[in-house]
Design a protein. Structure first.
Length: 211
């Protein structure tokens, strides 16, 4: 499902890293609650319900690290997880849902901007996109925030098991083409399924290279 081959050594490095302990470190609802920068950080972003919690859990091999299916828009906080003392995984609040009130988008923006702009150790943001639908307007708006923050972002398509193989190949190619036109975007797009464990070992390899 991925187009980038990873060597056996890279895959093994990813497996080892994510086999290590992973512990919740802090939850921040305001900029002044952010933990001091300590490790290289990888942030996870995406529309509510995209499968972000499921992906963090699949990567780390834990069922309940990130809570699956929080009421959309409710968890407006950044959660920090220390992975084996080598990488900090940062779960950003989901966006794109107005159910919890119109303020949500503005709150997301403020908190996220504070974090994205002032984080020298933030190496990459994984922008999760539902593989059944592809990029949405709200994803494009978020990318503009990433562009303005000078942070590298990489699109990870989710729920591959819900998409027929031909459609998945087309979605991947189309997403890759759109991302290749964005200067700050990482050119590689991965297609994953937390449910069927597709693309997970490749994503682990990709992230281990940053640890
Ligand atoms: P979040 O709001 O982005 O954290 O999304 P969740 O991880 O809570 O997932 C939202 C819904 O999508 C839940 O019902 C999950 O069971 C489902 N889901 C997440 N990942 C997958 C996947 O890879 N395949 C399928 N079929 N469903 C998934």
């Amino acid at each position: 499902m991925t187009i980038t081959p990873y060597s056996a050594a890279q895959i093994e490095k990813g497996r080892l890293l994510f086999a290590g302990p992973c512990d919740f470190v802090a939850g921040a609802m305001k900029a002044d609650m952010l933990p001091a920068p300590r490790l290289t950080e990888i942030a996870f972003a995406g529309r509510s319900n995209v499968g972000k919690s499921s992906l963090v859990n699949a990567l780390t091999g834990r069922k309940t690290l990130a809570r699956v299916s929080n009421p959309p828009g409710r968890t407006q906080q950044l959660n920090f997880f220390d992975l084996a003392g080598k990488l900090m995984l940062v779960d950003l609040p989901g966006y794109g849902y107005s159910q919890a009130g119109k303020q949500v988008a503005a709150d997301w923006t403020n908190l996220a901007i504070d974090f994205l702009k002032g984080r020298p150790n933030l190496r990459r943001v994984l922008l999760l996109v539902d593989g059944r639908h592809g990029l949405k307007d709200s994803d494009l708006e978020i990318m503009e925030i990433f562009d303005a923050s000078a942070v590298v972002y990489q699109v990870i398509l989710t729920k591959a098991d819900k998409v027929k193989p031909e459609e998945a190949a087309a979605r991947l190619a189309e997403t890759q083409a759109k991302m290749s036109r964005r200067v700050a975007a990482h050119p590689v797009v991965l297609f994953t399924s937390s449910e069927k464990f597709l693309g997970i070992i490749e994503l682990r390899a990709e992230l281990a290279a940053l640890a």
